[in-house]
Every structure is written in C-alpha cells, then in structure tokens.
Write a protein that binds this ligand. Structure first.
Ligand code: ZN
Length: 570
C-alpha cells in the first residue's frame, strides 16, 4: 500500500469491504508521522517527503471515510456515532498538519521542481488549501462538523406516519410521487409537518453554522464566507461572477421551458392548478417504476453494464462481489445517496436508500458514475488527483445517468423505457432552476450573515418566485413561508456545493447529445474523462473531453434547445 506519488506501478490489494480495517490515528501518531515528514524536508529529501506525505493522507482518508460511512449506515449505533465524533475532533488536527507541510513545500524557492513533481493543478489546489486553514479555526471546524452531524441525525430520526405506515424521509418518496393526487398531498403534508415541528431547531442550527462560517472567514482574513467557501470547494478557475451569470442563463432559458412543460402537464391532467405536490408526478401515467426490488436490479445492472462495453461490467462485478454497495433503505440509516472511497485499496463504495421509485435507478446510475470515475483514476499519482472538484465529478455521475439510456429498459418496469427516458429528461431540466435557487439563496445568506431567520425565509420566498414562478404550495403553509431549503442537506453540510450539479448537468447533457450520434466514441470520451480524475481543473477537464464550458455564452441555451426538440418530438 505504498504511495503512488513517485511510484506509478502501484498495485492495490483485492479485499472485500467486510475485511476493511485501517489503523486508527490519534494526535500522537499524527504528530509522529508529520514530524518524520518535516525531518525529511529538513534533510532536503523532498521527493521522499512527498511520497510519505501522500501515503499519510491516503491512510488517514481511508480510515475517515470508513468511519463516516459506518455512521451513515446506522446513525443509531452509539459506537459508530462515538467513532464519528472522534474522527470529527481529529479532523482539524490532521488538516493542521497537512497544511503545515503544504506551506513548507510551497515556500520552497524551487517552485519549478515542485511543479515537476506534482503538476500545476495540484500546486494550485494547495495554494487554495493553505488559505482555508489556520489552527485558530480548528475549534470552529470541529463545531461545524458536529452541527452538520446533528442535522443528518435529526433528518434520519424522522418517523413519519402515512396511511398506517411509519416511514423515514426516503421512504416517503413512493407516496410523494404516487399517481393518486390525494396520496401525494398527504405525503407532502406529512413531510412538511416534520419540518414544521423541527423548524425552530433547523433555523437555529443553520444560524449557528452561518455565524461560525462567517467567524472562520474573518479569522482567515476574508470579508465574508463566500470567498472562503469557494476556496474550500477548491475552485481555482472561476468565481461568483461567472456562477451568477450562469444562474441568469437558467432563469432566461430553462425557467420558461419548465413552466410550459408543467402547464402542459396541468392541461393534460385536467387540474385547475398545478400544486407543489403535483410536480413529482412527472409522467401523467404514473412515474415508471424500477423493474423490481434490490436483488433484481443488481442482477439487471450487471447485464446492463456488460452490454455497455468497455470495463463497466467488470467494475460493477468487482463492486458487487466485494460488498462495496449498500443500497437498501432501512430504519436509522442516513438519508440520500453518496459515493465514498478508500484510497488505500483503490475502491469506492456506494450508499443509497432504494425505495421502489424511479429514484432508485437515478441514484444508482448516478453514484455508479462517481464510483467508476474514482476507480478509473485510482492510479493518478497523488491523492489530490483521485477526485476532481465536485462540478467535474458530477459530470461523471450525471453523464452515466444519460449514457445508460440505450440499456435502461433492463432496469425499468416492462415497456416503460421510453417513458422513463422522457421523465429523466424533464426531471433534469426541472432540476436546473431549483439548483440555481439553492445556490443564489446561499450567496445572499453569506453576503449578509446577520440576517434573521425570518429574513432568510423571505429571501427564499423571493428567489423561489424568480426561479420557480409556478410553485404553488396550496394549503402547505410551512414551505409556503419560505422554508423549502431546510430539507436540502447541502445547505447545511456543503455550502456552495449545489451549483455544481447544474454546471455538471450542462456538460452531462452534451454527453447525452454526443452519444446519440456516436455512442461508441462518446463512451470512450466518458471513460477518458473518468480516468483523468482530478488531474486538472473543471474547465480544463471539460475542454479535454471536447465539451463546451457552461461558462461559455451559449452552452446552456444549446443543450436546452436540443432537449426541448427531443421533448416536442416525442
Ligand atoms: Zn453526485
């Protein structure tokens, strides 16, 4: 399990997930490891120091990602929770050591030699990293992690009664997109009943997060959190102005299209108004369901990936047989879906909550895209290159959602593949205004950290009218009061992340268009993009893949136009 920084011929051990165990670091062991690296630098052994540094970070990350995963798999397990707390406490200590080493390496007058070893991109990432940490914010970082975990645990604790069943928030999905309008309405009443009951706590938690993020920014010498937030996302190639211009394009090109798609739905269903609870019923015949439950889907997924060619089939088999999948919804499991990885073994892990709706297919193909990228790029020379920044990473995930289209009949209920594809496309388009709204909201919140909870609700309400002017909450007074964002995990846990989905979607839809003209060539482009991992910044990776950057003036308008043609033609 040596470092790959200077040793390209790394081989990873083949190991089952159940056998994974990584040495548990503590303050002393970290001090020893980083002390030894500093001593190598003192002795002028930069090459060896870099290799040891990379190895230390891989070991630490493998351990931390396993700890976080085990907590997500069972948020009620006290031991898993205690270990997560321990990990969150140790996090800033490890970051402190890492930043100190990065600073030393960047201070070296021989910058050219450093670039030769690491590449320009990694050096640029480190330049950003060293501005985002100082030991003086260690306690705030720890508190941020604690508050984030509190949010996750609060949402995971939801026990929602509906139609004689008790479900968690993930389990509410089949009701929320039920073909029966009353069931959908009851599902949204139940969902927002939970958020209303916890509204004060959720406002309080977010207020604390905003205050402490602002304080960290000030400590580090930034005026507001926004600049720090962008740096923590490791964005080296664009800033808030470009993001704002992109959001504008969504309002111009996507909002009117989604509005007319929804109006079309309203007319075809004969509804007087299209309510918020009608938006999740994308297909008037009822959203197509998966072909079956968990076991059948995994069997069919193998057939699908085998049929897609390349090494996707082999990869999926490795994941499945190694136990690197946890896809069933269970009580106490954290919500949502994600992909994490263990750089010491070159394997990713997929976490999801199957609930019998089309989301099972969407989440699965999405997370498989992340996993495939991480696996394809496992041989990148240093840990910073294993994952790209998130807007690039979401191209891999959303790209695979589209690239599975030709074989998606294997995962969708009999005879519903065309309807599934249409639903997926509409769902993707409808996501763009929401994603931009979530981002805009955060910009306003962090621009004015003193904003009261009530003013935050008003802000959301105002922005919702710009991005989603059709939104009609009907008798659901709580979300109508501007609280929809409380259900969006990223707002609490990953500030400024959300726009990345919309930037990536603009690129993933280009892959979709490409695959219709040249399926083979586009799969090869996709595999190459995945293998490039995080070796370059977002806009450079996009350019290498022959895609148009979302920041180019017409990129979004063009893909949206093509999507509109597709929907009108079907
Ligand atoms: Zn993703």
């Amino acid at each position: 399990m040596g470092a790959t920084l200077l040793d390209m011929a790394q081989t990873f051990p083949q190991i089952a997930f159940s056998e994974l165990a990584f040495p548990r670091p503590d303050r002393e062991s970290l001090a020893d490891i980083y002390g030894a690296i500093a001593a190598q630098l003192d002795a002028g052994e930069r090459r060896d120091a870099l290799a040891a540094f990379d190895a230390a970070r891989r070991h630490y990350e493998s351990w931390a990602s396993l700890v976080h995963l085990q907590f997500s798999r069972d948020t009620t397990n006290e031991a898993a929770k205690a270990e997560r707390d321990y990990c969150d406490t140790l996090g800033p200590v490890a970051t402190g050591h890492e930043v100190e080493i990065k600073r030393r390496l960047l201070d070296d007058p021989d910058r050219e030699g450093l670039v030769a070893l690491l590449g320009t991109h990694v050096v640029a990432l480190w330049e950003a990293d060293i501005t985002t940490f100082d030991p003086r914010i260690a306690a705030d970082l720890e508190e941020e992690a604690r508050l984030s975990a509190e949010y996750t645990a609060l949402l995971a604790s939801a026990k929602i009664e509906i139609d004689g069943e008790v479900v968690n928030l993930s389990g509410l999905a089949p009701y929320a997109q039920n073909a029966d309008r009353d069931v959908r309405h009851r599902a949204e009443q139940a969902r927002w009943g939970f958020f209303e009951a916890n509204g004060a706590t959720l406002d309080d938690l977010f207020g604390k997060l905003v205050t402490l993020r602002q304080r960290m920014a000030e400590t580090l010498g930034f005026e507001t959190y926004t600049e720090l937030g962008y740096r923590r996302m490791r964005r080296t190639d664009y800033g808030p102005e470009q993001v704002a211009a992109f959001r504008e394009k969504i309002v111009t090109h996507v909002t009117p299209l989604v509005r007319s798609l929804l109006e079309h739905r309203r007319l075809s269903m004969g509804w007087d108004r299209l309510r918020a609870w009608d938006e999740a019923l994308i297909d008037p015949k009822g959203n197509p369901k998966p072909a079956g439950g968990h076991d059948l889907l995994l069997e069919r997924a193998q057939q699908m990936f085998d049929a897609m060619g390349g090494d996707l089939g082999i990869f999926f088999e490795t994941m499945h047989e190694g136990g690197y999948l946890d896809l069933l919804n269970r009580a106490g499991k954290a919500g949502g879906g994600f992909c994490t990885s263990f750089p010491d073994v070159g394997m990713p892990f997929i976490f999801a909550n199957f609930n019998g709706t089309h989301n099972d297919i969407g989440v699965f193909t999405h997370e498989m895209g992340h996993a495939y990228q991480n696996w394809k790029s496992r041989d990148q020379r240093c840990i910073d290159e294993l994952w790209p920044t998130m807007e690039a990473a979401e191209i891999h995930s959303m790209g695979l959602e589209f690239l599975t289209w030709p074989e998606i009949d294997k995962l969708v209920e009999e005879g519903a593949a065309d309807r599934y594809r249409k639903m997926h496309l509409i769902d993707s388009l409808a996501f763009l205004p929401y994603g931009a709204c979530v981002d805009h909201f955060q910009h306003e919140v962090y621009d004015d950290p003193e904003m009261s909870p009530a003013a935050r609700h008003e802000t959301w309400k105002r922005l919702e009218k710009i991005y989603m002017p059709w939104r009609d909450w009907g008798d659901l007074a709580y979300p109508a009061s501007g609280t929809r964002w409380q259900a969006q995990m990223h707002v609490y846990r990953s500030p400024f992340y959300y726009i990345d989905y919309t930037l990536a979607l603009c690129c993933a839809m280009q892959l979709w268009l490409g695959s219709r003209n040249d399926p083979q060539g586009t799969m090869e482009t996709y595999a190459a993009l995945c293998a490039a991992g995080g070796s370059k910044a977002f806009t450079a990776l996009v350019e290498d893949a022959g895609l148009i950057s979302p920041f180019e003036p017409d990129a979004l308008a063009e893909v949206v136009h093509e999507a509109e043609q597709e929907l009108m033609g079907s």
